[in-house]
Write a protein that binds this ligand. Structure first.
Ligand SMILES: *[C@@H]1O[C@H](CO)[C@@H](O)[C@H](O)[C@H]1NC(C)=O
Ligand SMILES: *[C@@H]1O[C@H](CO)[C@@H](O)[C@H](O)[C@H]1NC(C)=O
Length: 362
């Protein structure tokens, strides 16, 4: 799938000509494509983004605004925090180093970003009536990046954020009048219990609706007791609930134009907006993923995931594929990296950063 997509992007970057619907289209080896470039596709569109305060969401926001400068607006759903309004939280992100390059290239970019107060785990996402109306009327493309990043979250909380929130967003998406694409960010490990993983959605380990219902009457003690039984051969609640979320997206989003991207472990950036933009991944991986040193640890640079997400939404928006699209976004087979190396590299990079920091502070 990745090959097919890259092939097309490659054709697009070569073909300077733009074909409209009435003009001839070009046939690639795999599919018939209309030649609308990625920035052209996003022109005038309203994008809705969840998880903008997370690592992947931030980098996606930056790249979208920088590479598709004619996008109309981006609604970012953000939760109110004790001392910070959603607007203040977004402002904090936008004033960070990650956005330096964009601020340089396009100082007015902030005008396009609309922070919307929302609580994904609450019924109807806790949107105000006015916000809901705006979103329903004008959203064209959704990137659902929000998820709990804790691998060992208790099951109830993991279901809340990964499954229930996804379901609520799908229900909202169904009401949208101009929605073209729903991009769901999953994980390459959702079906890590299988020997071979194709780019399809597999039946879930349990019917998500039944699980949600049972969690309602079970107390926390009981939930904790049955968690190991439920998650079975999946290593943690994160991976288990991400598998359930894919099924929710497939089932409840059946009438929408849905695509799923499955990155492995999202690591620091490779090239954009500058190398080594970092999240908090390193520590998290080391602490929570148990693996032998020779097992393949698949780290994928955040800018690869972002490029692919934006391109995948473009592909679905332009081509309207009949079936749900699923994309592997991993590096395991092309650039194998083993756990032993990951540990030593993470430690090396961390030490270098400590050094840089201490220089700067001097
Ligand atoms: C997708 O990624 C998984 C995990 O890295 C790998 O096992 C699988 O072979 C990949 N599938 C395809 C179709 O590339
Ligand atoms: C992401 O896409 C841009 C073009 O928008 C390209 O220049 C860059 O190299 C890509 N990044 C990676 C990591 O492939």
């Amino acid at each position: 799938m990745l090959d097919a997509l890259l092939n097309q992007i490659w054709i697009l970057s070569l073909g300077a000509k733009v074909y409209t619907e009435s003009e001839p289209v070009m046939r690639s080896s795999a599919v018939l494509i209309k030649m609308v470039s990625i920035p052209e596709y996003y022109e005038g569109k309203n994008v809705l983004l969840t998880g903008a305060t997370g690592f992947l969401g931030k980098v996606l926001l930056e790249k979208l605004l920088r590479s598709c400068p004619k996008v109309n607006s981006v609604y970012v759903l953000v939760r109110q925090k004790a001392r910070q309004t959603p607007q203040e939280r977004v402002e904090e992100i936008l004033s960070g180093k990650l956005f330096d390059r964009l601020r340089d290239e396009n100082p007015d970019f902030r005008e396009k970003i609309i922070a919307i107060n929302s609580e994904l785990t609450q019924p109807k996402l806790a949107l105000s009536e006015e916000d809901k109306e705006v979103i329903i009327d004008s959203t064209n493309i959704i990137f659902h990046c929000a998820a709990t990043v804790r691998f060992n979250e208790n099951l109830r909380d993991a279901v809340q954020l990964n499954v229930i929130a996804t379901r609520q967003l799908i229900l909202l998406a169904q009401q949208m009048k101009n929605l073209e694409v729903f991009m769901h960010v999953s994980t390459a490990y959702a079906y890590c219990n299988r020997k071979h993983i194709d780019e399809v959605v597999y039946p879930p380990p349990v019917d998500p609706k039944k699980l949600i219902d049972s969690l309602e009457w079970m107390d926390d003690g009981l939930v904790n007791d049955i968690t190991p039984k439920l998650i079975g051969d999946r290593p943690n609640t994160y991976i288990y609930t991400k598998a359930l979320a894919e099924y929710v997206v497939q089932q409840e989003g059946a009438k929408l134009n849905v695509a799923i991207i499955r990155p492995s472990i999202v690591g620091a950036s490779w090239k954009e907006p500058f190398p080594r933009v970092n999240g908090r991944v390193g520590k998290g991986i080391l602490r929570t993923m148990r693996a032998s040193n020779s097992a393949l640890a698949d780290l994928v640079p955040v800018d690869v995931v972002v490029n692919m997400s934006l391109a995948a939404a473009w592909y679905s928006g332009v081509n309207r594929p009949r079936n749900i699209m699923v994309y592997n976004c991993t590096t395991g087979s092309t650039n194998p990296f083993h756990w032993g190396e990951v540990v030593s590299t993470v430690i090396r990079v961390w030490k270098e950063e400590q050094k840089e920091r201490s220089y700067r502070e001097k």
